[in-house]
Write a protein that binds this ligand. Structure first.
Ligand code: CA
Length: 431
């Protein structure tokens, strides 16, 4: 009988028969078991679970009748995306996670025929994303940007500490890690002349995480903050590529538009909320003097996720010469002022329906230190403090050929380290 509790799947004593999952350094030990979709030999998506440097072919496991899950769950796990499985809810996710853990457990029979080498397969987007919303939930980022653009006033706008600010983003340009990013064109407004149409000159990354909505809500109903965590399927790394010069000219009065719609990259493996449970901390932090949040946004569980992250940059020259990528910054998801649960409760507070596979971005993760600034706009302080690269060049913003890579992982005493893998993209010249 499979143990379907969350505790069973995060037990730090557990080991897998896949040796590379057990070295203490892998992003994907048996305590993680993130879900993704890879391209099968017939070209169609197949659901997989990462384990060490391998990927479990979940459909093959279902067809071999070695995955102990209910028929409805088995059916959804044979689909080409994770949407149907996401829509089944926490009990189904937990049962499937427990069954995968049992299949890969060191005490279970070895079944190498169900695995692929991770390096041999192509990852696809894990879900058909219906809607995408990006928030602005890290106070340090909002404060830094406010200081740059409104030096004379309060850097935070009056609504900031009362509600999670966000905007509705574009789904058609969300791509999986490894996809090249073409420098966008846009309308730019020089300080001393009329607007021009040109390739973006101030291309930037934004270090973010995003959560996939699992179970949604019917239109006209709300997801209460107490239920929000159970509605969330898991998280990925997000890079919200941004054209700062386009943004500066277009953003008033309705917010970002073309500055954000040309590309957003996500990492391919969705780490579930159960896998993240050992890394939850209380919060989010409020400072003395901050207003109390309204009841519908009051946290009821410890749902701040302490996920560490780092951003690395390598130029084409650095890669050609085998020079190690430069770490630009590091941060933690725990620096968010609004949690994913609060974002979901607020988003649905009007009765706006969410559907399985919808994506909510966190907003740029920046911390109080300079080393924790999550985008080039902040790192170079609007271009006034360029970053020096090991190849002798400097960056105010990203240049063609630059590769940006975000990695993320969780560590906590008594827990096995897990990781989210990476999210990368190389800038290609404008066309
Ligand atoms: Ca963003």
């Amino acid at each position: 009988m499979t143990d379907c509790s969350m505790e069973g799947t995060i037990d730090s004593a557990r080991r897998s028969w896949v040796d590379t999952a057990n070295d203490g350094m892998s992003d994907f030990p048996i305590q993680n078991l993130p879900w993704g979709v890879f391209r099968g030999s017939d070209g169609v998506g197949r659901i997989g679970v990462a384990i060490g440097d391998r990927v479990l072919d979940v459909r093959a496991a279902v067809e071999a009748q070695v995955l102990d899950v209910p028929p409805e769950t088995a059916c959804s796990l044979c689909a080409g995306t994770l949407n149907a499985f996401m829509g089944q809810g926490q009990a189904s996710w937990r049962a499937a996670r427990a069954a995968v853990a049992m299949l890969l457990d060191g005490e279970s029979p070895v079944r190498p025929e169900l695995l692929h080498d991770m390096s041999d397969i192509e990852m696809l987007l894990p879900a058909a994303i219906g809607d995408y919303t990006d928030f602005y939930a890290a106070r340090c980022h909002a404060t830094n940007v406010g200081r740059m653009f409104r030096p004379d006033g309060d850097p935070l706008l009056p609504n900031y500490l009362h509600l999670p600010v966000g905007y509705h983003g574009r789904v058609s340009s969300i791509v999986v890690s490894g996809t090249d990013i073409v420098r966008p064109h846009g309308q730019l407004k020089p300080e001393d002349g009329p607007p021009v149409f040109s390739a973006c000159k101030l291309l930037d990354h934004e270090l973010e995480f995003a959560t996939f909505v699992g179970t949604g809500n019917e239109m006209g109903t709300r997801i209460a903050i107490a239920d929000a965590m159970d509605s969330l399927f898991g998280i990925v790394i997000l890079n919200d590529w941004s054209a700062r010069d386009v943004q500066k000219w277009e953003y008033q009065p309705l917010g970002p538009f073309n500055a954000k719609n040309f590309a957003s990259s996500i990492s391919p493996w969705i780490v579930t909320m159960d896998a993240l449970a050992p890394f939850r901390v209380s919060g989010p932090k409020r400072e003395s003097g901050d207003p109390e949040v309204l009841d519908y946004l009051k946290p009821v569980t410890d749902d701040v996720l302490d996920v560490q992250c780092a951003v690395h940059l390598s130029s084409a020259t650095m890669r050609a010469n085998g020079v190690e990528a430069l770490q630009l910054s590091q941060g933690t998801l725990a620096d968010l002022t609004w949690t994913f649960s609060q974002m979901l409760a607020h988003h649905t507070s009007t009765g706006c329906p969410m559907r399985p596979g919808d994506l909510l971005g966190s907003g740029t993760i920046s911390g109080p230190q300079k080393s924790a600034r999550g985008c080039m706009l902040e790192l170079s302080w609007r271009g006034t403090e360029p970053v020096e690269l090991p190849d002798g060049t400097e960056r105010k913003f990203l240049l063609d050929g630059d590769e940006l890579t975000i990695t993320a992982w969780c560590e906590s005493p008594g827990a096995i380290r897990i990781g989210l893998g990476s999210c990368s993209g190389i800038i290609q010249p404008a066309v």
